[in-house]
Design a binder for this molecule. Structure first.
Ligand code: UDP
Length: 141
């Protein structure tokens, strides 16, 4: 496993539910370290740019509307196999299909309000961390 970083976003539904701390505990209990963090309210332009890979998908507008509906908590996580570890902690995109004990199974309501985002590859993690934290050194030790 590689020592790496990944980007995580606690989405507006989970911020509104007041479970940032509970979700952070899951990262920490799994051995992931929070190395950068910022709470922000995304602009439409930022959300559209961040999710531009999905711009032709039917759910794109609803996804952007949802992501700008309230504040989000954005963090870079670091650790052995951080990308895959975070995806395991998150669970499947659709919370109804997510394994028991995952963040989405426990805190998400639907496929569109699904509590968290996590980079899906190491390459995307570098791009996504650079998008939100241009000031931090994104190269691995
Ligand atoms: N999404 C949605 N409807 C769908 C598929 C995806 O609203 O049918 C949203 C959902 O919030 C998801 C995001 O689009 O988290 C990005 O989709 P992706 O397939 O990348 O899922 P993820 O990597 O977040 O599990």
């Amino acid at each position: 496993m590689a020592f790496e970083r990944t980007l995580s976003i606690i989405k507006p539904d989970a911020v509104a539910k007041n479970v940032i701390g509970k979700i952070y505990s899951r990262f920490e209990d799994a051995g992931l370290k929070i190395v950068a963090a910022r709470m922000t309210h995304l602009s439409r332009e930022q959300a559209e740019q961040f999710y531009s890979v999905h711009k032709e998908r039917p759910f794109f507008k609803a996804l952007v509307d949802f992501m700008i509906s309230g504040p989000v908590m954005i963090q870079a996580l670091e650790g052995e196999g951080a990308v895959a570890k975070n995806r395991d902690l998150m669970g499947a995109t659709d919370p109804q299909k997510a394994d028991k004990g995952t963040i989405r199974a426990d805190f998400a309501d639907s496929i569109d309000a699904n509590a968290v985002h996590g980079s899906d590859s190491s390459d995307n993690a570098r791009i996504e961390i650079g998008f939100f934290f241009p000031e931090i050194d994104i190269y691995l030790r």
